[in-house]
Write a new protein. Structure first.
Length: 238
């Protein structure tokens, strides 16, 4: 089979996903790193990728999905050469580093919290500033608790061999996160038909703040502070 690379596109999405956060806002920079990409067979759900087929593995490098022009390919990652003819796939699972480079402002309920400096701690959010420059900082995706929704969980390894937390749970020392989503339509590979695969990211709600209002603070061991909210993702086989 001809090796076809997946085109990782950025498309500004208008839909708002419900996330277990206090506040979200748009990120002006949001650089992610993908490490593993899988297709999931019929019977899969948002919480379970059934009989996964690996499309791509390795470090994608930083991909700024907020700074890419809409509709322009931001990167290529993986191929469909391992897909089985005649089998139907309904979901995709993406493993990403939880660490992201992010910039922007988000409300804490009474202040506009600016990304100013790194917290340097995987177990807490980033401390925001109520004034001054907006800088690119290192933050982590997900809240360190079990209320993050069935489509995500943290994992201890980049390549699918790690210890996975239950769906919706982010462990405070896991460096990676799995995200599952339904394809826009189920996909079955047929002889002689090579599809175009698009993975579109939206960052309109990708900067998150959780915790009490009044100061943009972050607290070690608690789910408080600025963090990377999971980007909106849409997968299409055309």
């Amino acid at each position: 089979m001809k090796k076809i690379f997946l085109s990782i596109l950025f498309i500004l999405l208008s839909n708002t996903s419900v996330k277990a956060v206090n506040f979200t806002d748009a990120a002006t920079e949001y650089s992610i790193t993908m490490t593993f990409l899988e297709l999931c067979e019929t019977g899969s759900t948002l919480s379970n990728c059934l009989n996964p087929i690996v499309l791509g593995s390795g470090d994608s490098g930083l991909i700024d999905i907020a700074g890419t022009t809409a509709g322009v390919a931001a990167a290529s990652f993986g191929s469909i050469s391992s897909v089985v003819l005649g089998k139907t796939y309904t979901h995709m699972q993406v493993t990403m580093k939880r660490a992201v480079q992010i910039a922007g402002t988000v409300s804490d309920g009474s202040n506009s919290c600016r990304t100013t400096s790194d917290s340097g701690a995987i177990a807490t959010g980033v401390v925001g500033a109520t004034s001054g420059a907006i800088n690119t900082v290192l933050a982590y995706m997900g809240q360190t608790n079990n209320g993050n929704g069935d489509s995500v969980n943290s994992t201890s390894a980049a390549d699918g061999t790690g210890t996975n937390q239950d769906a919706g749970t982010i462990d405070d020392d896991d460096e990676f996160m799995e995200w599952r989503g339904a394809l826009t339509t189920p996909f079955t590979l047929e002889n002689g038909i090579i599809p175009t695969v698009k993975v579109a990211f939206g960052t309109a709600n990708a900067l998150g703040y959780s915790g009490s209002s009044g100061g943009c603070t972050a607290t070690i061991g608690e789910s408080q502070g600025i963090y990377g909210s999971a980007p909106d993702i849409v997968i299409t086989f055309e």
